[in-house]
Design a protein around this ligand. Structure first.
Ligand code: NAP
Length: 251
């Protein structure tokens, strides 16, 4: 049988897809044939237009994922509009930078709630649908800070390390149900999330010196890995954290 990366007929929910990595992933999944539900707190006008150009169906569901309040309704909304959920991409995330001594409870809670707690409970809600279908793919957006400590971002490192552990925990339980759970760990990608780093001349130079590929990644660099993990080609891949980092971790 030919290996297939085709996603025709699949239904994907992508969080935080109005910009950056989430936008690139949503567009690539649509280009591979999937219908898309976008979930985020901001108007995803550009993403809607890019997906419309692929000819795939796209729905826009507004949700603030800083708490788990909207997750059940969000999954119900996707099932009602698209008939099910085959792919969930947990991409929405935030970062707070501060010295350890000045780090506040809000800097901690905001990042851990959005990046880890909501990721789990949205996955739980989607997994119930996927288990009933007997198939599904959950793709979590992790980070290099799922492996490393980073600088001045303790809640982000804790949350993304938690995402790596949770990916494996969910994969173990869902594998017998036909649902695969994996994560992508992007390297340094030019998005809003890294705007402060790109603007800091010293940090920008230090980062570039450390990347074997010699450049920052683009959001599109992450999209191919997402299409692979969403496709039948990855049916026997589960519990894996795939670094897409220009060689950063290899160094
Ligand atoms: P981004 O452009 O800032 O995208 C973040 C997305 O998450 C935006 O769509 C944002 O919506 C959404 N979001 C944040 N808080 C939300 C909330 N409470 N409810 C709903 N949506 C929310 O940055 P990005 O780099 O593409 O980040 C995407 C993911 O990649 C994040 O999980 C990030 O941690 C991860 N990542 C990024 C890098 C990198 O180098 N850029 C590296 C490793 C991992 P708004 O536009 O409304 O804020």
């Amino acid at each position: 049988m030919a290996i297939s990366f085709d996603l025709t007929g699949k239904r994907a929910l992508v969080t935080g897809a109005n910009t950056g990595i989430g936008q690139a992933i949503a567009v690539a999944l649509a280009q591979a044939g999937a219908d898309i539900a976008l979930a985020g707190r901001s108007e995803p006008a550009e993403t809607l237009a890019l997906i419309a150009a692929t000819g795939r169906k796209c729905i826009d569901l507004r949700a603030d994922l800083s708490s788990i309040a909207p997750v059940e309704a969000l999954v119900d909304g996707v099932v009602n509009a698209l008939g099910g959920i085959d792919i969930l991409v947990n991409n929405a995330g935030i970062i707070r930078r501060n010295d350890l001594a000045d780090f506040t409870e809000d800097d901690w809670d905001a990042v851990v709630d959005t990046n880890l707690k909501t990721l789990f409970f949205l996955s739980q809600a989607a997994a119930k649908v996927m288990m009933a279908q007997g198939s599904g793919k959950i793709i979590n957006i992790a980070s290099l800070l799922s492996f490393q400590g980073g600088i001045r971002v303790p809640s982000y490192a804790a949350a993304k390390s938690g995402v790596a552990g949770l990916t494996k925990a969910m994969a173990n339980e869902l594998a017998p149900k036909g649902v695969q759970v994996n994560a992508i760990a992007p390297g340094y990608i030019t998005t809003n999330n890294t705007a402060a780093l790109q603007a800091d001349e010293t940090r920008n130079r230090q980062i570039l010196e450390r990347i074997p590929a010699g450049r920052w990644g683009k959001p599109e660099d992450i999209a191919g890995a997402a299409v692979f993990l969403a496709s039948g080609a990855a049916d026997y891949v589960t519990g894996h954290i795939l670094a897409v980092d220009g060689g950063w971790l290899a160094r």
